[in-house]
Design a protein around this ligand. Structure first.
Ligand SMILES: *[C@@H]1O[C@H](CO)[C@@H](O)[C@H](O)[C@H]1NC(C)=O
Ligand SMILES: *[C@@H]1O[C@H](CO)[C@@H](O)[C@H](O)[C@H]1NC(C)=O
Ligand SMILES: *[C@@H]1O[C@H](CO)[C@@H](O)[C@H](O)[C@H]1NC(C)=O
Ligand SMILES: *[C@@H]1O[C@H](CO)[C@@H](O)[C@H](O)[C@H]1NC(C)=O
Ligand SMILES: *[C@@H]1O[C@H](CO)[C@@H](O)[C@H](O)[C@H]1NC(C)=O
Ligand SMILES: *[C@@H]1O[C@H](CO)[C@@H](O)[C@H](O)[C@H]1NC(C)=O
Ligand SMILES: *[C@@H]1O[C@H](CO)[C@@H](O)[C@H](O)[C@H]1NC(C)=O
Length: 617
């Protein structure tokens, strides 16, 4: 590709990767931000405004992050493909800039830790790498390295420094627990095995040392649901607790508190405040999804919990109640819709729910849940009084956009799930498409709904429906390679376009003489509405299907996105790309130019929603 101007993502809302990154949620020492990874990006999010900033530099998913004690430096490690090097990036937090790129580990960086005074960074490679490396932060270079564990034990999973000493650190993993001493003169690190007796444990993600003035013991949470307490000086096991009532699905986070209590997060979603001596539970709350991280805010009357289902909860110790801090889709986002004529808010849909977002702040205004069902498509009625939605259980559900109250359900709307939906501008009709290939027209009012017509021409899934502004015609695409223009007065086919593709999307040009289509063949087709004649064909992407497309109101530009993960802005007449947006880590599933043309919102299969400045505003 030639070099073109890049569109930068402005803000996005999601945290899909959080679920896969143990300890991936960090409350920054400035007490004003939380930090977490999303795909290959590290996000810094304000606690007050929820505004997000992005650190981009990794070529693949971020696998671990950490900050130094003052918070001036942030370090992140990534995964990559077998046989390639996985980079560590150190970021200058104040300037949000890359400070150093450290390249040594193969395939994956498993864990990272700064020493207490910030002089050193220790990194642990993944299974295919198996080494531990000590870095000099100021010189941005490696000091020395070593295999992390012996051949007889399993892999190491985590690394930590004590609170006060920069000359020793601890690694732990599958049947391995070691304290390392730095021998700087000889540029060596020496391991000392901790003696656990007969105990076989996997310390999965968590290690913590005593509160600041006490480094005498350190603690490791295990996949068996208990916590090892080890004497740092003698390297002897002090205790393994609790003996009975273990934490279900493993201990995934631990935080020692100044009060002498300990916070334990576990795989079943429990957040427990316990007595350190015997792990007797004082308070406990269950959150949605397994806990992956707990991070204290400053000296701690508050803490944050990240979960496998990509939710972040804020707790305050007095109340010990969870409050949702950010919410995001953790499954693929399937569709996005703006209300007619306003860019202020938009709705997205996914497995289990529909969410209504405030565009400028990324805040969720409303979450409408339908457990265990997947919403494939959504539309706002033009009067703004309802959101109509297409579900995989074959039903069409309509909700109010303010309260999320269910207005009506059309049962058995389609036999193989409802796959596409559209509305007429007079708010009288809903047009739906199904997995079986039918296009159906429904007459709806809040009080009554009835099927007007079924149109059977497509042979398989209807992927997209667009209605002409006079409500007398609509166009539908199908994965069977047909795109049909329908007469909505007589309910007959006007034109059919055929191509060797699974069509995914179609748009009327605002003048409504032409339509553009795209799909799995990566081609963008321009067609005459009047006779279905092909006008033009563009090569839309280098790899992978195009899944979403939208045309600007002035008809001069359009935007596409798909499995290539790139957002592309095109000149309609020129047929050339004007801008490319890089930011999605998953396949783009759809996009919309917002009604005031300020933004493009794009959605992806990894649960992300990205907001971009529309470059031709
Ligand atoms: C990166 O993360 C995405 C989303 O979690 C996942 O689907 C993908 O497999 C990951 N890639 C690698 C190389 O681990
Ligand atoms: C954190 O890193 C910065 C930059 O190297 C350094 O100036 C600062 O002293 C470090 N602070 C701590 C407490 O680690
Ligand atoms: C732990 O290591 C042992 C021996 O190396 C291995 O057999 C076992 O599968 C590992 N367990 C896990 C959960 O990785
Ligand atoms: C940090 O600790 C190391 C090891 O104890 C020591 O050599 C170094 O001088 C310390 N650096 C600072 C800035 O205190
Ligand atoms: C904790 O929550 C209670 C009740 O919501 C509130 O009154 C209190 O101010 C909160 N404390 C802190 C430190 O935020
Ligand atoms: C959703 O599915 C889960 C697992 O199959 C099941 O336990 C749960 O009861 C279901 N919930 C509803 C509301 O159907
Ligand atoms: C993303 O696109 C690639 C290439 O088309 C495809 O193989 C993969 O299955 C898609 N992933 C998802 C989650 O849809």
């Amino acid at each position: 590709l030639e070099e073109r101007e890049a569109v930068q993502p402005v803000e996005w809302s999601s945290a899909e990767a959080l679920g896969n990154v143990p300890g991936g949620l960090i409350a920054h020492p400035d007490q004003k931000h939380v930090i977490y990874p999303l795909g290959s990006t590290v996000i810094i999010q304000s606690l007050t405004t929820q505004k997000q900033e992005f650190l981009q530099g990794h070529s693949n998913n971020v696998s671990c992050i950490t900050v130094n004690r003052s918070g001036q430096y942030l370090a992140s490690g990534q995964v990559t493909h077998m046989g390639f090097k996985a980079d560590i990036l150190i970021w200058d937090y104040a300037n949000r800039e890359e400070y150093a790129r450290l390249v040594l580990h193969k395939a994956k960086v498993e864990a990272l830790a700064f020493s207490p005074n910030g002089t050193y960074l220790v990194s642990l490679g993944g299974q295919d790498d198996g080494s531990v490396v000590l870095w000099n932060v100021a010189k941005r270079e490696a000091i020395c390295g070593s295999p992390a564990s012996t051949h007889s034990s399993g892999i190491s999973l985590t690394v930590k420094f004590p609170n006060l000493r920069d000359d020793i650190f601890i690694t732990a993993g599958n049947c391995t627990l070691r304290v390392w001493e730095l021998d700087l003169r000889n540029r060596k690190i020496w391991p000392i095995e901790c003696q656990l007796g007969q105990l076989k444990r996997i310390v999965q993600y968590v290690l913590t040392t005593g509160v600041e003035d006490d480094d005498s013991f350190f603690y490791g949470g295990t996949s068996s649901g208990d916590v090892l307490k080890v004497n740092l000086k003698t390297k002897l096991l002090n205790s393994c607790a609790p003996a009975k009532e273990k934490f279900s699905q493993g201990v995934t986070s631990l935080k020692l508190l100044k009060t002498g209590d300990i916070l334990v997060g576990s795989g079943d979603g429990a957040v427990s405040l316990c007595k350190t001596a015997n792990f007797k539970v004082i308070k406990q709350v269950h959150v949605e999804g397994g806990v992956t991280s707990i991070s204290l805010r400053g000296q701690g009357h508050q803490f944050f919990t990240g979960t496998q289902s990509s939710l972040i909860f804020r707790f305050n110790f007095t109340e010990f109640k969870d409050e949702l801090f950010t919410s995001c889709h953790c499954d693929a986002v399937n569709d996005i819709a703006f209300p007619f004529g306003t860019a202020e808010l938009f709705a997205t849909c996914s497995k289990n729910d529909i969410r209504v977002w405030h565009t400028e702040t990324n805040k969720v205004l409303l979450r409408i849940t339908v457990p265990n069902m997947t919403c494939n498509a959504i539309q706002f009625m033009h009067d703004g009084k309802s959101i109509v939605s297409a579900w995989n259980d074959g039903k069409i559900r309509a909700f109010t956009p303010e309260s999320g109250k269910l207005l009506y359900i059309l049962n058995n709307a389609h036999s193989m799930g409802v796959s596409a939906i559209a509305v007429t501008s007079d708010c009288k009709w809903v047009i739906s498409g199904g997995g079986e290939g039918q296009v159906r027209v429904w007459e709806v009012t809040p009080r009554s709904q009835r099927l007007l017509e079924s149109m059977k021409e497509h042979k398989s899934l209807v992927s997209c429906i667009k209605v002409k502004s006079n409500n007398r015609e609509c166009v539908t695409t199908s994965s069977d390679g047909t795109c049909i223009i329908w007469d909505l007065v007589r309910f007959v086919r006007n034109q059919m376009v055929l191509a060797n593709t699974m069509f995914k999307c179609v748009n009327y040009h605002p003048e409504e003489f032409q339509i553009i289509t795209s799909g799995s063949d990566r081609k963008i087709g321009y067609w005459e509405v009047f006779d279905g004649a092909a006008i033009r064909e563009l090569e839309g992407s280098l790899s992978g299907s195009i899944n979403g497309m939208d045309i600007a109101q002035d008809g001069r530009h359009f935007v596409t996105g798909g499995d290539e993960k790139l957002l592309k802005v095109w000149g309609y007449n020129e047929g050339e790309i004007t801008h490319i947006g890089v930011g999605h880590s998953g396949n783009i599933t759809g996009l919309k130019i917002c009604p005031n043309s300020h933004w493009i919102i794009s959605i992806s299969a990894d649960g992300a929603i990205l907001r971009w400045k529309f470059p031709h505003h």
